[in-house]
Design a protein around this ligand. Structure first.
Ligand SMILES: *Cc1c(COP(=O)(O)O)cnc(C)c1O
Length: 211
């Protein structure tokens, strides 16, 4: 079942933003969401996103967010084509993004991806790791760290997810970061209750992914 954009937007507090995750969906569907007032779109693969970004370059004000696992050889492409990066998961990658952003004259907004529970399927800073590299991250040029991002392990029950989202919010507060990118189609309500400022919703808006 797909929920309408308006339904989701209407149930969000004003400080919570909706990121429409359009991976595997066509440029034409993105265009129609844009015309309904949705400006922020998330993609997780550079190769797949580039032709869509190109196709939609006539849409004034469209904002592209990279949400996928970031590989070091894709950094330049991501920095050049995306406005926001949600998935910065290591110091080395952060240094690389800073250097390339400087070279390209870009100032991407970034979320640091954190992993607060064991999850072999996901990458991310642990809490301890993040706290220890935080001073170094703060010194990097050209990257504007705006918040934390997390993905709940699929095995976690909703109540436990909500706890995890609260932990993410607490850590963001501790670091004086305003934004938390958390919650997807099946747990966005819990994320909002726990203090998300960005929810990343794909299938609930666009329908089942094509691949
Ligand atoms: C695909 C994806 C989403 C959206 O997932 P849905 O369950 O379809 O809402 C959100 N965040 C990330 C990082 C994703 O890769």
């Amino acid at each position: 079942m797909t929920e309408s954009l308006v339904q989701i937007k209407n149930s969000l507090p004003t400080e919570v933003n909706l990121l429409a995750v359009s991976k595997s969906h066509q440029a034409s569907s993105i265009r129609s969401f844009f015309h309904k007032g949705q400006l922020d779109f998330g993609e997780s693969r550079l190769q797949e996103a580039l032709p869509k970004i190109n196709d939609l370059s006539d849409l004034n004000g469209i904002c592209w967010h990279f949400v996928g696992r970031l590989q070091s050889n894709k950094v330049r492409g991501v920095v050049k084509n995306f406005n926001v990066i949600h998935s910065l998961h290591s110091l080395a990658l952060s240094e690389r993004i800073a250097r390339i952003s400087e070279e390209e004259g870009r100032h991407p907004k970034v979320f640091l991806q954190i992993k607060l529970r064991e999850d072999i399927a996901k990458v991310g800073f642990s809490k301890e790791e993040l706290l220890s590299v935080w001073p170094k991250l703060m010194e990097l040029p050209n990257i504007n760290i705006i918040g934390l991002m997390t993905i709940a392990p699929i095995t976690l029950e909703l109540n436990e997810r909500k706890k995890l989202f609260r932990d993410c919010r607490d850590l963001a507060n501790k670091l004086k970061l305003k934004e938390c990118s958390m919650g997807m189609s099946n747990d966005w309500r819990e994320a909002v209750e726990a203090g998300a400022t960005w929810i990343r919703v794909g299938s609930l808006l666009f329908g089942k992914r094509l691949k």
